[in-house]
Design a protein around this ligand. Structure first.
Ligand code: C2E
Ligand code: CA
Ligand code: CA
Ligand code: CA
Length: 277
């Protein structure tokens, strides 16, 4: 209404200003949150498609916001990237994920061979000390390097392929695995990816969720899995939510999957109860 502040144009500006202020407030909150230790990790199991046994975990960030409750990464990762805070946040996540798997391994031998996937952001990858930070996280936690898998996206690799390749080679040299996340949503081809030292592809949830209804999507997933395997890459299907998808993936010889059908992301203390012999 008129008395509440005029025409559409000024309303538009007011709402943009509000949005900008919201973002600034969020950025202030992020700094405080890091100081107050409000960030924590949850762990989503990655399982074998054949028998549903857990083969590893993906560490996912959460923020216990004092007023808003638990906030997911979609609400803060982009801003943390933009403000540069991701360097500290990402490093904390890396350290904690390594320490947590190392701790589980010390108390229960059922964790033997289980891996920990940690997401890297674009800015973390482009930062010069990333390899040293990974090496340090492994050294401090005493986690065997081959149990750590770093997840990067195609887009991150394609932005500066020569640089990315050099970093991934150094990571491979220290024994860490590299996984291409959200595969299929970027603009790279499998033949290009073969030039990077990677060992796992994660097929994006968007393909997996449409695969049972759309024959075209099924064929894409089929082709990606077959080609990945022929290049010696492992495949994890993301976002598996129902048994029909699992059966279909089984038929495509996809070995690993992750999704609500098997388990939601779990609090660290709830993980050991899910790992059974
Ligand atoms: P992502 O790496 O693709 O992680 C998978 C996301 O899919 C997670 O969302 C997970 O909870 C969700 N998910 C898993 N299974 C299912 C399913 O069956 N159905 C549906 N609908 N969703 C499923 P989350 O935890 O909200 O994370 C969102 C994104 O935030 C992640 O996507 C990742 O890109 C980013 N992220 C999370 N933690 C970190 C981190 O430590 N560092 C960085 N740089 N990014 C992170
Ligand atoms: Ca991921
Ligand atoms: Ca993903
Ligand atoms: Ca995804």
């Amino acid at each position: 209404a008129k008395e509440h502040g005029g025409d559409a144009a000024s309303f538009f500006h007011a709402s943009m200003l509000e949005e900008a202020l919201d973002l600034m407030q969020l950025e202030i909150d992020l700094h405080r949150a890091l100081e107050n230790d409000e960030f924590f990790l949850v762990y989503q199991p990655i399982v074998s498609v054949v028998d549903r046994r857990i083969t590893g975990f993906e560490a996912l960030l959460r923020w216990r916001h004092p007023e808003r409750g638990v906030v997911g990464p979609d609400a803060f990762i982009a801003l943390a990237e933009h403000s540069g805070l991701i360097h500290l946040l990402g490093r904390k996540a890396l350290d904690e994920a390594c320490r947590t798997l190392a701790k589980w391994r010390r108390v229960d031998q059922l964790f033997d061979g289980l891996t920990m996937h940690v997401n890297l952001s674009a800015r973390q990858l482009s930062q010069t000390h990333i390899v040293e930070q990974v090496a340090e996280a492994l050294r401090d936690s005493c986690l065997p390097p081959h149990l750590l898998k770093l997840e990067v996206t195609e887009t991150m690799l394609m932005e500066n392929p020569d640089y990315a390749n050099a970093v991934l080679c150094r990571l491979r040299d220290i024994g860490v695995g590299v996984c291409v996340d959200d595969f299929g949503t970027g603009y790279s081809s499998l033949s290009y990816l073969q030039r990077f030292p990677i060992d796992t592809l994660k097929v994006d949830r968007s393909f997996v969720s449409r695969m049972t209804r759309e024959p075209g999507q099924f064929k894409i997933v089929q082709a990606v899995i077959a080609l990945a395997h022929s290049l010696g890459l492992e495949v994890v299907a993301e976002g598996v939510e129902d048994e029909e998808q699992r059966i279909m993936l089984l038929g495509l010889a996809c070995r690993y999957a992750q999704g609500f059908l098997f388990a939601k992301p779990l609090a660290a203390e709830d993980v050991p109860a899910h790992v059974t012999g």
